[in-house]
Design a protein around this ligand. Structure first.
Ligand code: 5GP
Ligand code: MN
Length: 336
């Protein structure tokens, strides 16, 4: 592992830098990556953000978005950058499996890998780690990395601030999850002072739905929601036909699981969706309930205690059955 002084030294002259983040990037993945990108380019680093997959269109407004390479669409160019890089920043993920087939390339690259992340149990693929599970977002850590480690608050300009604001806003559930401390609010205040237009960013991210997305949400709530009162658990399951019928695109399913969690008394909510080649689960929980444990043990996944995800190659029906069979094991935690 490198020490902090070496990292500061390393960044003291222009470098070839790749920033990457987890597959199907969310607001924190894109916000932290583009926030760091907009910081590094001011210092003359040749910097490219490479995402393993596409991401929701409501993040396309972010400064730097036009320079993002999507790995699946630009594999050869991305590989050249990965193997030519001096430094690869790995943001908002804790294991190379989270960046799909890109993980092998990043693992093989001789670049120095810097992890900035807030997920539990990081695996050992990095050379320097700036990591705190208590952070509400990786974007919060990118802010303190720039301000406290690199001592460069003056370079937090409007572009950096707008991206980091987005990451914190989305990963904190619009500033309402328990990780949203007073320190987070102070950082957010700094970001607004630096030029992030908070109300406008909320509009760009949250008031940017197509009519189809809203009708799809209506269908999920009216026809796809099941509540298991005995276990204080609510589940929404969606099959391929539903996705086709409503022309669902990347990002349209984001946040739907939270409606299930908003039912009074519900402690665990799941959104289970049949994708092209696999079934994807999104779990959310209240309080001490370890949603990540279920994802890790049963669905090849992981995440945070209250927000986790996983996948399965079984059918949608099988996954739902399996999920229902797991609930009794957690009955005490779910009901007492
Ligand atoms: P979402 O439900 O929004 O896809 O994911 C919620 C959180 O769960 C993410 O921030 C991430 O930490 C975690 N997560 C989602 N999918 C996976 C997965 O397949 N593997 C792992 N390890 N974590 C996941
Ligand atoms: Mn995050």
């Amino acid at each position: 592992m490198l020490d902090t002084a070496s990292v500061i030294d390393l960044l003291a002259q222009p470098r070839k830098i790749v920033i990457t983040t987890h597959n199907k990037p969310d607001g924190d993945a894109m916000g932290s990556s583009l926030g760091l990108y907009n910081y590094l380019i001011q210092q003359g680093h040749h910097t490219t953000v490479i995402t393993p997959t596409d991401y929701p269109h409501f993040f396309n407004w972010m400064p730097g978005n036009g320079d993002v390479l999507i790995y699946t669409d630009n594999t050869a160019a991305a590989d050249t950058l990965i193997f030519g890089a001096d430094i690869i920043f790995c943001l908002d993920f804790n294991a190379l499996g989270r960046i799909n087939e890109m993980g092998e390339k990043v693992g093989e690259s001789s670049a120095i890998k810097i992890m900035i992340d807030h997920h539990l149990e990081p695996s050992d693929f990095d050379d320097y780690r700036y990591w705190d599970i208590n952070a509400c977002a990786t974007a919060q850590l990118v802010y303190t990395f720039i301000v406290e480690v690199l001592n460069n608050k003056k370079l937090v300009n409007r572009d950096v601030a707008s991206c980091l604001y987005t990451g914190i806003m989305t990963d904190s559930g619009s500033f309402r999850f328990p990780t949203t401390t007073s320190a987070v609010h102070r950082i957010v205040a700094d970001l607004i002072d630096a030029g992030a237009v908070n109300w406008r960013i909320h509009e760009l991210v949250y008031d940017n739905s197509s009519e189809g997305r809203l009708k799809f949400l209506g269908n999920c709530l009216a026809n796809k929601l099941e509540v298991y009162d005995e276990f204080n658990t609510a589940v929404i399951t969606v099959n391929k036909d539903d996705l086709e019928k409503y022309d669902v695109i990347t990002g349209d399913t984001e946040g739907i699981v939270n409606y299930a969690l908003s039912i009074s008394g519900v402690r665990l909510a799941a959104f289970i969706v049949e994708r092209r080649d696999k079934v994807k689960l999104s779990l959310r929980s209240k309080g001490e309930f370890p949603a990540n444990e279920i994802c890790k043990k049963y669905f090849n996944g992981g995440g945070h205690r209250n927000a986790a995800g996983g996948t399965s190659t079984d059918s949608l029906e099988q996954v739902l059955d399996q999920f229902k069979l797991i609930l009794p094991k957690y009955k005490t935690l779910l009901t007492e």
